[in-house]
Ligand binder design. Structure first.
Ligand code: SF4
Ligand code: SF4
Length: 280
């Protein structure tokens, strides 16, 4: 069972839910796919070691080049430029799509790997942890997500902490998961972003459920939205100053408050049940 934990915007408590759920279960793979800001391990505190680099293929032009300019015309990212008798590649702009190589009429483009980030790995008695790190200034995190997802063992319980928003890296993280848990808060912003994310999830035909974090603030519009769209609300976490304080110290609240591990185990049972009712 591969469970993605997502939210339409940052700061809703997505990583809090992912981490506390992982710590409540007996044996999980945890993939932190928020590669521009991987912070789950601030809470899980797994000893990490570098596992591998992530590289993309960038073009390298050889002597067959006739300076026809087709590669530069093709590239949407201005990562390759043709000037008289010279072709210049800008690795920092290149997404490694391979398109310039395909359109080159003279077979003048080879490819060489360009490192954009890396994957770290660590293990505790109950959690096998992976996260990806995108190097600053690199244009695309999607290849790191793809490489991270190759670590998934679908026969186990897998939790993917997805980046906030609905961009390319989020779509890549969600592709092929069994269930998406959407974390929101009962505010107009929370509802707006929840609706955006639900529309993406529908397009991907992924069953989903909602966790309402800080549920005692705001109003009941998120509940009414979920009822109207037939989306189960699987857990509500009330606002509590102590949870916020623990968060600021990097301490998951299931380790401090009685009863919350049971609530997260019950959340996992509800996810299992809801995953079999794909209604999109
Ligand atoms: S498309 Fe090929 S031949 Fe034309 S400028 Fe680019 S590398 Fe050179
Ligand atoms: S590989 Fe793609 S992004 Fe990179 S220079 Fe070629 S066309 Fe542009």
């Amino acid at each position: 069972m591969v469970i993605a934990i997502a939210s339409g915007k940052g700061g809703t408590g997505k990583t809090t839910v992912a981490v506390n759920l992982a710590l409540s279960l007996a044996d999980v793979q945890f993939i932190d796919a928020d590669v521009e800001e991987p912070n789950a391990n601030l809470f899980l505190k797994v000893d990490l070691q570098k596992l591998e680099d992530v590289a993309i293929p960038i073009p390298q032009v050889n002597a067959n080049c006739s300076f026809c300019g087709r590669c530069a015309e093709f590239c949407q990212y201005n990562a390759i430029v043709v000037i008289p008798n010279k072709v210049i590649v800008f690795p920092e702009l290149c997404h490694g799509c391979g398109g310039c190589k395909l359109v080159c009429p003279n077979n003048a483009i080879a490819e060489q790997p360009h490192i954009i980030g890396y994957i770290e790995y660590g293990k505790t008695d109950t959690i096998e942890f992976y996260h990806g790190v995108l190097q600053p200034g690199k244009p695309s995190a999607t290849p790191i997500i793809r490489q991270l997802k190759r670590k998934i063992d679908p026969t186990r319980t897998v939790i993917i902490d997805v980046a906030p928003g609905i961009g390319c890296t989020v779509i890549e993280s969600l592709r092929g998961v069994d269930f998406c848990l959407l974390v929101t808060e009962p505010t107009p912003f929370g509802l707006y972003d929840l609706d955006l994310t639900v529309n993406v999830i529908k397009q991907l035909h992924i069953p989903c459920g909602v966790v309402i974090n800080r549920s005692t603030i705001g109003d009941d519009r998120v509940q009414r939205y979920c009822e109207a769209h037939n989306i189960p609300v699987l857990l509500e976490i009330p606002y509590d100053d102590r949870i916020a304080q623990l968060y600021s110290q990097g301490i998951p609240f299931v380790s401090q408050f009685d009863g919350w591990r049971d609530k997260f185990r019950s959340l996992f049972d509800k996810i299992n049940e809801a995953a079999h009712h794909n209604k999109w």
